[in-house]
Design a protein around this ligand. Sequence first.
Ligand code: HEC
Length: 274
Amino acid sequence: MTMRSHIRLAVVLAMVALSPMVACRGDRSDKPPRQFLPDMDDQQRWNPQSLTKFFPDKRTMRTPVVGTVAFGMRSIVPPEGDEPWKQIVRAQRDDLLRADPQHYLGLTRQMDPAEAWQIDAPGLFVETIPIKVDLDLIRRGQERFNIYCAVCHGYAGEGGGVNETGMFGGMVGRRWSYAVPSFHDPKYLPTSSERTGRDGYIFYTARYGVEFGGKMPGYAHALSIDDTWAIVAYIRALQESWNGTLADVPEEQRRVLERQRGGIALQDTRGGTR
Ligand code: HEC
């Protein structure tokens, strides 16, 4: 055999060896495909929107862990428009960036909240609640206030110590009568010229405490931003109602209040049963 015919034979053999690989490309077959380099071709997975017995809620698609942000989920350019999903994306983006100090810190300028309590600059704390105040927000504020603030400040915000109605503040506030102030002190009213009268100051105190957690603990770990504004709105409602009389209540609700007052009297006389 010549050198040339050796080479020719080698080429033919190589083609025969490779032909199955080339031949199956694009062919249809019911048999499992040949995998010459399987690597990670086959893995266990769930289809989107399908059922599983593995999780108690039977969903293969999991909801994001609360308080986390999935990488790449936030668009740099916020979507414009009023569709609900766009509003949600914009709100989530704002919550992530926290770029608006009025809304997120209760301050008129961006700064480290740890420094704000020491600064008494006029206008540092925002004057009025920067979000929409409606009845739902005030109701939410009432619920959160009763959970987080009433233990010390009392359900009516009356603080510790005896006042003209003979009331004491909260459970803890009663023991701290010398320390817990009443929200009905003129210096906490919106008409006050002191910083303590500003909505932003009450917001800030609720989140970071008095003297940044020194004399009163902050509740930022437990309250969302909007829940904190809701509490501020409710404290304003408490202040408004403090000096109110039954005559200020609309006719319809007045009857409800009078019935409740009757109920309390009944409870008192019959030793707690109605
Ligand atoms: C563990 C008890 C406690 C709880 C709970 C509590 N506070 Fe206070 N708060 C205090 C005390 C004590 C003071 C007075 C501190 C001082 O100035 O000596 C105070 C003071 C304040 C002041 C006045 C601050 C100032 O500078 O005059 C505001 C406003 C206030 N609290 C809001 C709230 C809000 C809103 C909540 C609920 C989110 C809340 N507090 C929950 C104990 C508490």
